[in-house]
Ligand binder design. Structure first.
Ligand SMILES: *Cc1c(COP(=O)(O)O)cnc(C)c1O
Length: 392
């Protein structure tokens, strides 16, 4: 019989494959009772045995057993050392950007998620942190944007919503050569398909709301690092902002993660079929999908990921077709967000990228004829028939 002594007695399960790690988490079962489903520790505070002694848990803003199990599980899956679970992806980004000091400069992907754009410009811009939005799939453009004060690269790959692919290993090496850190928003592919820390990145960020949670039922954020200084930074931010993920939501994400590998396989398989079908449809003018062999970033995708994910963006022939799709699909839902079991369509220009300036959007191709689909895990024929019917 295994002797469970305490909550620090977990193994990284390095001998296990990804799917087994996803199912079994860090501690996996609860150390005192043996509960197979890790409990929701709905307690704000923890009783101390005596003066100067603690179970390791004092107050849930700092550390909560359910959140800790999630944080360790995500660190294991991303092959990092330290994980942090926040109340949203944006909260994780807020904690990240406080790494920078006034006068520092950062380089971010040009079509980055609108909320990240807003944090960088409106919030941190006010504190004297400088930024440039660059097509990070173009190494020369990144090199040209470097300044002596550049301290961070913020990479989104594939990018949202234009599906541009950036080379994580090359960009991370470049960041390190100038004393900057490299951050990857890994929301779209998850560690099942892409593990940025193994490619040289320093920080992985997730909107856990999306594939990691996977069921459109929570708002959550994650950060994973290897380095102890970065870990201390995130720990201090989480403790000070008080934006750690709640025990209930931590449990929901742990539950979602148990099927991450199965869901990602199905998202991947369905998206591939939908993208191929879209490409042949007369009302669809352009399909942005990283799994196409003629995608500009295909070679890099092949090198750094083991799958293409479930995201497709597409431009249709007219605004009329946009209206039809958003109004007349039956099963597919017109809703913000991505990465859940249900197929969703969003309209980036007024939704995810509302706060990105119009001229920037037009330049990038995020026009009024541009849509983004998060392909769910339903039967792919139903997805295709629904979309086809709405466009008729
Ligand atoms: C949704 C999203 C975010 C923001 O995460 P929230 O959980 O909504 O706060 C950040 N980056 C990407 C790529 C996203 O899709």
């Amino acid at each position: 019989m295994k002797n469970f002594s305490n909550y620090n007695d977990y193994s990284k399960k390095e001998n296990l494959h990804f799917s087994s790690k996803a199912v079994h988490g860090a501690l996996g079962c609860e150390p005192i009772t043996g509960a197979v489903s890790f409990p929701i520790y709905q307690s704000s505070t923890f009783r101390h045995p005596e003066l100067g002694k603690s179970t390791g848990f004092d107050y849930s803003r700092l550390l909560n057993p359910t959140r800790q199990e999630l944080e360790r599980t995500v660190a294991i899956l991303e092959e990092g050392e330290h994980g942090f679970a926040f109340s949203s992806g944006q909260a994780a980004n807020m904690a990240l950007f406080t790494w920078l000091n006034p006068g520092d400069h950062m380089i971010l992907m040009d079509d980055i998620y609108g909320g990240t754009y807003r944090i960088a410009t409106t919030i941190f811009g006010k504190y004297g942190i400088e930024y440039d939005f660059v097509d990070m799939s173009d190494m020369d453009a990144v090199k040209a944007a470097i300044r002596p004060e550049t301290k961070m690269f913020f990479i989104e790959t594939p990018s949202n919503p234009l599906m541009k692919v950036a080379d994580i290993a090359e960009l991370s090496a470049l960041a390190h050569s100038i004393g900057a850190i490299s951050v990857v928003d890994n929301t779209f592919l998850t560690p099942y398909f892409q593990r940025p820390l193994t490619l040289g990145a320093d920080v992985v960020i997730h909107s856990g709301t999306k594939y990691m949670g996977g069921h459109n039922d929570i708002i959550a954020g994650l950060a994973v690092v290897k380095d102890d200084d970065l870990a201390a930074h995130f720990k201090l931010q989480l403790k000070s902002h008080g934006n750690g993920l709640s025990p209930m939501d931590s449990w929901l994400m742990l539950r979602g993660i148990k099927t991450l590998h199965l869901r990602m396989e199905k998202h991947n398989e369905n998206a591939m079929k939908v993208a191929e079908w879209m490409r042949k449809h007369p009302k669809i003018e352009k399909v942005y999908y990283v799994g196409f062999e003629d995608h500009k970033g295909y070679e890099i995708t092949k090198k750094q990921t083991s799958g293409f994910g479930g995201m497709i963006s597409f431009a249709v022939d007219s605004e009329e077709t946009v209206h039809k799709i958003l109004r007349d699909t039956q099963m597919i839902m017109f809703a913000e967000s991505l990465g859940g079991t249900e197929t969703l369509i969003t309209y980036p220009t007024t939704q995810t990228h509302e706060d990105t300036p119009l001229d920037v959007k037009e330049k990038l191709g995020i026009t009024k004829k541009f849509l983004r689909m998060s392909v769910g895990i339903e039967d792919v024929d139903d997805i295709i028939n629904d979309l086809a019917g709405a466009m008729d």
